[in-house]
Each structure stands twice: as C-alpha cells, then as structure tokens.
Ligand binder design. Structure first.
Ligand code: CUA
Length: 155
C-alpha cells in the first residue's frame, strides 16, 4: 500500500498534536495543580439544613490564615449571600445544594463547582488581591436562575 507523502505528514502532525495535548493536560494536573473540585461526600438533600457543617453556613477561620466557607445553594440564592475573606488567605469552600442542581462560580477565579443534590464538594482558593467578585449560579435551575447571585469580598 502506498501512502501519499502529504497523508504521512498529516498523520504525523496529528500524532504530535495528541502528544502535546496529553502533555499539557498532565502538566496542568501535576505541574500546576489544576484539578476538578473534589467530591467530598454524600448528604441527604432533605436534611441539608440540619446536617453539619451545613446547619451553620458561613465563614470560619480554622487556623491562622486558613478559612473554611460553608455554602448552601438553593432556589434561588446562596447561603450566605455575601462572603468576606481576607486577601492572601487559603479559603476552602465546602458546598452543596438544598434542592436542585445549581452552579457555584466565582467570577475572575478558577472556583467553578456544580452543586449537585446529594453531593458535597470542596474547592480551595487563595485570593491574592483585595476586591469584589460576583458569585453566580451558572447551571440553569428554574425560573429564578438569573437572580441567583452573591458576592465574595476580599478585604
Ligand atoms: Cu441556581 Cu441557576
């Protein structure tokens, strides 16, 4: 079988692109530490508000410079709706949904989580600069979806 030389060149190029993309994925995960938010555990949707830590949503300093933010997504707001954290601190968001599927996206950061009913997710972020970020639900969750937003204030 004769393979045309352009065909060979394009096959080779396709192979090179595959290797480069796999390498980039590997580098992002191992070298830069970019990971999908991890699934922390399971929770019964109807009991979210009475199950720790979601029975007490909010911001807590658990060690000097280390914060934990417990957030519930619900139709159509976040609890808490305003989150204040200091610049430079390590902030871990522990979140879940109290009803349907919601999103948890902090604009201008890599914090982007799906709030899946029955699952708890955890994602850690460090806000380097003081400022204000909009917190939005980016999964369609019904009539009030476009109203579901909050604020993260970095002080
Ligand atoms: Cu909650 Cu869209």
């Amino acid at each position: 079988m004769k393979i045309h030389k352009y065909e060979k060149a394009f096959l080779f190029l396709s192979g090179v692109i595959l290797v480069v993309f796999l390498g980039a994925s590997f580098y992002a995960a191992v070298g830069m530490g970019i990971m999908l938010p991890s699934r922390e555990g399971e929770i019964e949707v109807s009991k979210v508000r009475s199950t720790p830590p979601f029975d007490n949503p909010g911001v807590r300093e658990i060690a000097p410079g280390i914060y934990e933010v417990v957030v519930i997504g619900q139709a159509w707001s976040f609890m808490p709706n305003e989150i204040r954290v200091p610049a430079g601190a390590e902030v871990t968001f522990i979140s879940t949904s109290a009803d349907v599927l919601h999103g948890f996206n902090i604009e201008g950061t890599r914090v982007n989580v799906m709030l899946i009913p029955g699952q708890v997710s955890r994602v850690t972020h460090r806000f380097k600069e003081p400022g204000e970020h909009i917190l939005i639900c980016h999964e369609y969750c019904g009539l009030g979806h476009h109203l579901m937003s909050g604020k993260v204030i970095v002080e």
